[in-house]
Structure formats: structure tokens, C-alpha cells
Design a protein around this ligand. Structure first.
Ligand code: ZN
Length: 98
């Protein structure tokens, strides 16, 4: 196998992936700014039956299990650095898987 430095095709692929990752990060930031779900974490859900869902137009909503797509108007706070948030329905701490 050729080393990366000796393989211009691989070098250009790595550079293209780096540019794509940079653009994706910018788009995620822009999506969040406009209230859209950036798809950069798992959706939150709680044992009490409240869970996040994403509408067809990309908005993050909260609904009850079994009634997906019907926004109940509650919102989970964005998870903290440890991935923890609090259920807006019952107050239980819920964990987000990255
Ligand atoms: Zn709950």
C-alpha cells in the first residue's frame, strides 16, 4: 500500500473530505440558528413517553410516543457538555447519546 504522501488521489480525497466536513459544520450552525435540527446528536426521549421528533421541514418538536408528529409545545433544553438534558414533561434527567 502506498503511503498517503505518495498517493495524490488519496491526498485529494482527504482534502475534499476535509472541505466537506467544514461546509457541513457551517450548515449545521446555520440550521441551528434558524431553529432547525442540525442532526448533530441523537433525539432525546424520556421514560414518561415524551420524545423529540423532526418535522418534514426540519423543525425539532416534542411529541408523545404513539402520536409522532404532533407537537405538544414542550422543548427539551439543549443537552449540556455531558449530554444531559431534562425532560420538559416530568423533569427527569435524560441522557443524549452523541
Ligand atoms: Zn419525562
Amino acid at each position: 500500500m502506498k503511503s498517503m504522501a505518495k498517493n495524490p488521489d488519496l491526498n485529494s480525497l482527504v482534502a475534499a473530505i476535509a472541505r466537506l466536513a467544514h461546509r457541513t459544520a457551517k450548515l449545521q450552525k446555520l440550521a441551528k440558528k434558524h431553529g432547525l435540527f442540525a442532526n448533530d446528536r441523537e433525539l432525546l426521549e424520556c421514560r414518561c413517553g415524551v420524545e423529540e421528533d423532526v418535522t418534514a421541514d426540519g423543525r425539532l418538536i416534542v411529541c408523545r410516543k404513539g402520536a409522532e408528529g404532533l407537537d405538544v409545545g414542550l422543548r427539551f433544553p439543549e443537552p449540556d457538555k455531558r449530554g444531559k438534558s431534562r425532560c420538559p414533561g416530568c423533569g427527569r434527567v435524560v441522557e443524549c447519546k452523541e
